[in-house]
Design a protein around this ligand. Structure first.
Ligand code: ATP
Length: 254
């Protein structure tokens, strides 16, 4: 397909105590594709997610979503523009119900407090609509039977599904999934993979971090490889082994 980037990143960098966690000179994310992001521990994948979704601020750099610069935005603003992310360690609020956790997604990420404090009337007005949408997403992820349970009672894999449902509440154009399969049992892994593919089939752009090369090869349309903060390679999934830098930095003896 001809290049149609939804995200364009230039010269983004983030340093922690002298360590360059991220130094990405240029990266484009293709619209409508599933991009797999791989790289050894500490490569900067999570930091990169944090930066472009507004959860952390870079030392320098610019990045845009659909051509709109996102640099100074906080997460709920980024969510309203169409980009949301999930976390490696899920952020479900254990003492709220599954349904309420998903409903909170409507406020955009970390927007709950902002909305609750500034505009409770907005919340009330849209409440029925929000609840309907949350139930719809719970059905999609086969969590509807758990709607009234505390999120804290869910298994690791169910929490991953809950987090995806919650992320979809703002109808994003692009979702950034940080290790969606980590800690998930094999049966649910298969179902998560199907969910990710169906998002792509509906036109949602997906970027996901994953360590399992079989999973990467199974569902990625494109693979980006990071090491020591930098993008060291990009390729079709079945051509990864052709790249010496990738084999050295990541695939090792595999
Ligand atoms: P993993 O696969 O283990 O999740 P990663 O590729 O997501 O790794 P990051 O978590 O982004 O990598 O870490 C990149 C580098 O930045 C590491 O050296 C890490 O120790 C450092 N780092 C990340 N966040 C912070 C922080 N808040 N304070 C200090 N150093 C940090």
């Amino acid at each position: 397909p001809k290049p149609d980037p939804i995200i364009v990143v230039d010269n983004i960098s983030r340093t922690f105590g002298g360590i360059k966690a991220v130094q990405v000179d240029h990266l484009e994310v293709q619209r409508g594709a599933i991009t797999g992001l791989i790289g050894p521990n500490g490569a900067g994948k999570t930091t990169f997610f944090n930066l472009i979704t507004g959860f952390d601020k870079p030392d320098s750099g610019t990045w845009s979503l659909n051509g709109d610069p996102l640099g100074r935005m906080v997460p709920h603003q980024v969510a309203r523009r169409g980009m949301v992310r999930t976390f490696q360690l899920t952020k479900a609020l254990a003492k709220l119900t599954v349904l309420d956790n998903v409903r909170l997604g409507a406020a955009g990420q970390r927007g709950e407090h902002f909305l609750a404090a500034l505009a409770p009337w907005v919340w009330r007005k849209q409440e029925a609509e929000i609840t309907d949408r949350a139930h719809e997403l719970l059905r999609r992820f086969k969590l509807d039977a758990k709607a009234g349970d505390f999120a804290g009672s869910l298994s690791g894999g169910q929490r991953k599904l809950l987090e995806m449902a919650r992320a979809l509440m703002t109808d994003p154009e692009i979702v950034m999934l940080d290790e969606p399969m980590a800690g998930v049992n094999p049966a649910l892994t298969q179902s998560l993979l199907e969910h990710i593919k169906s998002l792509r089939d509906e036109g949602v752009t997906v970027v996901f971090v994953e360590h399992d090369m079989d999973v990467i090869r199974d569902i990625s349309d494109w693979v980006v490889v990071m090491a020591q903060g930098q993008v060291i390679a990009e390729s079709l999934p079945d051509r990864l082994g052709d790249n010496e830098a990738v084999v050295d930095a990541y695939l090792g003896g595999h």
